[in-house]
Design a protein. Structure first.
Length: 389
């Protein structure tokens, strides 16, 4: 007998995705089973896996506590003190003005997180992570900034449902909107300093991947207080520089350029890249951690403005943390996604999503440039679609 008209064809084999879904469902039932958990924890071959998973799950539960241990170390300047050499808990207690028993508690907690480590004669020195943090002042500035973010995360469901006004949105009150508030110099100084502290590591990562000495003039859009532009200037001595940012931010950058003796080579122009044309004359435009601050509509507007401002042989240098980066998934898809949500707009995007926006804006030749630390930032270079390569 034939199959009834319109009936779906019979199938005797699951699709590959069907088998995968079935296997994952079996796995989930096993992992949720208390009996299986007990067996896995006692069976010699699965015991290491069970212990590792238990530790990972507890770390998720205790992550906030770990971050507060780190914050205490930063605020008490523990790493700076230990950079002078190993010291006893008593000596550190005196220098930090913290009770001795509390200092011992903090040192043990920090040692468990590899921030400090026990040394000879009852002393403590820098741990592997504490030493690395000491060499990155931008990270310390971010840690000091985090309590503002954490206040918005006290009720993560309310944040996800857009209930209430996040405090982080007040701090970054220009972000995610075309209606810019009136910003004073004092207003922008705090977040400009925070951004500036984190720029050197990012800038050197970008400029190691893409050399600017092949270009005549750089336009740094949303360039803040000029830190990236000044690092770029040192890397490419013949490069002229234009910075474009909101007027009070641009004024801050112009003062820095003058103080550095760069007034004849670097110019800061005040304006709003969401509503005004970009300055022309540059053969490369930099968008460093700009596009992920905005929704797709605004991001596309910025990219189209960049395409209009570039000459036929010009290039766009785009760099920011991107979703889907192997080994860095929690950084982009957990940390940055929630941070940008609290900030008031934007999202981390995959390289493919970035490429789609670039093509829609009129860019044709798009290349993801390899860099050494893609967990910090990824680098994309694009050229206008009418450029013949």
């Amino acid at each position: 007998m034939g199959r009834p008209t319109g009936a779906a064809p019979a199938t005797h084999a699951w699709s590959r995705s069907g088998w995968r879904d079935h296997c994952l469902a079996v796995r989930d039932r096993l992992l949720a089973s208390r009996r299986f958990q007990h067996w896995a924890a006692t069976f010699p071959l699965t015991r290491p896996i069970a212990r590792r998973r238990a530790r990972q799950l507890f770390d998720l539960c205790a992550g906030f506590v770990y971050s507060q241990v780190l914050l205490a170390c930063v605020r008490l300047r523990l790493f700076a003190l230990l950079a002078e050499g190993p010291q006893t808990a008593a000596a550190l207690a005196t220098r930090m003005a913290v009770p001795l028993e509390a200092t011992r508690l903090l040192l043990r907690a920090a040692a468990s997180l590899r921030l400090v480590e026990a040394r000879s004669e009852g002393r403590f020195g820098l741990g592997a992570l504490g030493a690395a943090l000491l060499g990155n002042p931008g990270l310390a500035a971010l840690i000091e900034h985090h309590p503002l973010f954490y206040s918005d995360l006290r009720d993560p469901v309310a944040l996800l449902c857009a209930q209430g006004a996040p405090k982080l949105g007040d701090y970054w009150d220009y972000a995610g909107t075309k209606e810019r508030p009136a910003l004073s110099g004092d207003r922008v100084a705090a977040y400009s300093a925070l951004m500036s502290a984190s720029v050197p590591l990012i800038a050197n990562e970008i400029l190691d991947a893409y050399r600017l000495d092949r270009h005549r003039c750089l336009l740094d859009v949303g360039g803040g207080d000029g830190t990236f532009a000044m690092i770029a200037a040192a890397r490419a001595p013949g490069l002229r520089l234009i910075l474009f940012d909101l007027p009070p931010v641009a004024a801050l950058a112009q003062r820095r350029f003058r103080s550095a003796g760069m007034a004849g080579r670097a110019t800061a122009i005040g304006g709003d890249f969401l509503s005004e044309p970009l300055p022309t004359g540059a053969d490369i435009i930099a968008l460093i951690r700009v596009i992920h601050d905005h929704d797709d509509v605004s991001a596309l507007d910025v990219l189209r403005a960049a395409a209009r401002a570039l000459p036929r042989d010009g290039a766009l240098l785009l760099a920011e943390p991107m979703s889907g980066t192997a080994g860095a998934e929690p950084i982009s898809d957990a940390y940055f996604a929630l941070y940008l949500l609290a900030r008031g707009g934007g999202k981390p995007r995959t390289p493919a999503e970035i490429e789609r926006l670039l093509k829609a804006a009129g860019f044709g030749r798009i290349e993801t440039v390899r860099n050494s630390l893609p967990i910090l930032t990824r680098v994309v270079v694009a050229r206008r679609g009418d450029v013949i390569c």
